[in-house]
Ligand binder design. Structure first.
Ligand SMILES: *Cc1c(COP(=O)(O)O)cnc(C)c1O
Length: 395
């Protein structure tokens, strides 16, 4: 498929597919831990890298390779390295690209486990992280030290859907010789392609929209061959690689990604507009709404507002937490779970779950109030999602 430039829909369905000798139309699942050689000489040639080919599934596996090629085509990356989860993608990125004494500048609005990884694990190996505002480009410049090697951000952020200006922050990174890594989990390459905007590395938690049906964990790191060399080297040696079975599920997930992202986005926009009109909703956070403070940047950088909508429930009577819990506990259909990117709509109270371990002061500073609810809008009929929320909103 490499000579012609194909549209994303086509790449999602066909890129990376390699047929075996049996001529299957649907990509094969190679559930094998190792591969057999024709001779001792061939084994030796494979091991020293003289002859390309599979050796062992911690190194490469044909099903995993198909997934990597397909995702690389969609993100416009030279190379994709698949990992066991989104977190192992972030770990592999840091372990592959940084060394002791290096410094990270990261958005303060990143996934909680990423903050944990940077503060409690990576830090033990002599890499420090400074956190800055997701939206204030000058703060990124101000945080740079002579040893800054990596910028790390996530846009839109969770749960407040703040938008970081990828092109502007990429320019700051370039100016100081650092690499910019973007966690593109919320948008997927269907809605946003950070490499085209100047980022060096893309991180994916394939667990979310790429699977899209809440079945398996997976992740990926994408970028230039040069940057992926160390990332792949870390994975091959340390082992948090993607399993062949999960790669196969995710490969099939990619085939419907465009359709699903369009449908999630359309549902989310309709729900966000409806929420904005509800008397007991104090505020709605959705990049696709003109009321979003960075609506214009979002619409320049992303194709749609995406599938995540957050809102604040008006807090009387009772506290913000009571009001938010009342909405959650009155649902009958929407799943109460912190996962996202599923066909099934999910509902979360960030202040007591995903962001429950940070101090109330830090939470307040981050804008995550007790009345805040996050919905990962699924593919059900919007009217059914609305009715499920209306009960607890008291209208
Ligand atoms: C879920 C998530 C991750 C981590 O992915 P796992 O597959 O759960 O390890 C990283 N970043 C973002 C934005 C996520 O939502």
């Amino acid at each position: 498929m490499s000579e012609t430039k194909y549209q994303p829909e086509t790449l999602a369905v066909r890129a990376g597919a390699v047929r075996s000798q049996f001529g299957e139309n649907s990509e094969a699942l190679f559930l094998t831990s190792s591969f057999v050689f024709e001779s001792a000489a061939q084994a030796a040639a494979r091991f020293i890298g003289e002859q390309p080919g599979n050796i062992y599934s911690r190194f490469t596996n044909p099903t995993v390779t198909m997934f990597e090629e397909r995702l690389a085509a969609l993100e416009g990356a030279e190379q994709c390295v698949a990992t066991a989860s989104g977190m192992s993608a972030i770990l592999a990125c840091v372990m592959g690209l940084l060394k002791s004494g290096d410094h990270i500048v990261a958005s303060q609005s990143i996934f909680g486990a990423t903050v944990n990884l940077f503060n409690n694990i990576i830090k033990k190996f002599g890499v420090e992280t400074t956190y800055v505002s997701a939206t204030d480009v000058s703060a990124w410049q101000a945080a740079v030290r002579p040893n800054t090697r990596l910028f790390f951000l996530e846009t839109p952020s969770n749960p407040l859907t703040e938008i970081s200006d990828i092109a502007a922050i990429a320019a700051v990174a370039k100016g100081c010789g650092a690499l910019l890594a973007v966690d593109n989990c919320f948008c997927t390459p269907i809605l946003q392609r950070p490499l085209e905007l100047g980022a060096d590395i893309v991180i994916q938690s394939a667990t979310k929209y790429i699977d899209g049906q809440g079945r398996v964990l997976g992740g990926a790191v994408l970028g230039s061959r040069k940057n992926m060399e160390g990332v792949y080297g870390f994975l091959r040696t340390a082992g948090p690689t993607l399993s062949a079975f999960n790669a196969w599920v995710l490969l099939k997930g990619l085939e419907t990604l465009k359709l699903r992202m369009d449908a999630h986005s359309a549902n989310a926009l309709e729900l966000a507009r409806w929420l904005e009109a509800q008397p007991n909703v104090a505020r709605v956070f959705y990049p696709g709404l003109p009321s979003h403070p960075q609506h214009q940047l979002a619409m320049k950088q992303q194709k749609t507002g995406g599938g995540i909508v957050s809102f604040e429930v008006a807090s009387s009577p009772g506290s913000g937490k009571e009001a938010a819990w009342r909405v959650i506990d009155n649902t009958r259909m929407i799943s109460i779970t912190a996962n996202l990117g599923d066909t099934k709509s999910t509902i979360t109270h960030p202040a007591s779950t995903t962001h429950g371990r940070i101090s109330p002061e830090a939470r307040a500073a981050a804008g995550i109030t007790d009345g805040l609810i996050r919905i990962a809008v699924g593919l059900e009929a919007v009217v059914d999602i609305q009715n499920d929320l209306a009960r607890g909103l008291g209208n």
